[in-house]
Design a protein around this ligand. Sequence first.
Ligand code: AP5
Length: 219
Amino acid sequence: MRLILLGAPGVGKGTQAQRLATERGIPQISTGEILRDAIKRGTPLGIQAKSFMEAGNLVPDDVVIGIIRDRLSRSDGADGFILDGFPRTVAQAQALDRMLLDSGAGGIDYVVNFEAPNQEIISRLSGRRTCPDCQAVYHVEHAPPRQEGRCDKCGAALVQRTDDKPDTIAARLKVYDQQTSPLIDYYRERGLLRQLDATAPIDSVYRNLRSLVQGTKSR
Ligand code: AP5
């Protein structure tokens, strides 16, 4: 199964990608996580990406395309993968098409577009807490950890992402409208787009996502 999860920041892509990737035994490839890890480790990539991410802007296309090219060359994606947060511009989508064509391994099965109103998205992002060590995602109301402020999986203290502050959320939503939403038509024209109502509770969204992608098998 080769999937792209598309949708505005905070709509729930990462939450669902983690569950589906675990169930299917394939990697969840999140450019946001790769970039946050680089910032944490202070690598040249992290230093380059930090100011873009803190302002809610996209990291330049050539940087993220390079990340994905490296990541897809690893053997753990041979049976499929879930792309979460990539592509985010038409240039990134075109580069991905070329990469998959060159690899000779076939294209994307589906692009699932997560839909929810901005008001719901803002509430999800404002209440999100993440684990800085294992990247698990929580919400203070909708998906709270068993012990307040502690990750269920590894026990680390949960944090609020620096880009989950009101001004940066507004900037990210604007960037999504201007630069990422054109991908909806890009993939619709190619017959790959599937729409998913992301407003329901997490378990219902997961059931609907599974039935949308049911026909796709591991390769
Ligand atoms: P990235 O990390 O990809 O952030 P994003 O797309 O903005 O998405 P999020 O991780 O914020 O949200 P999500 O949809 O995964 O929602 P989640 O499941 O966490 O990117 C960060 C930055 O990196 C970008 O701004 C950019 O600078 C850079 N970047 C990354 N990729 C790039 C690229 N390709 N090109 C250029 N730059 C790039 O859920 C949100 C909250 O809601 C959680 O608290 C969760 O518990 C809760 N929740 C989830 N589902 C539900 C539900 N159904 N009901 C109630 N609550 C729910």
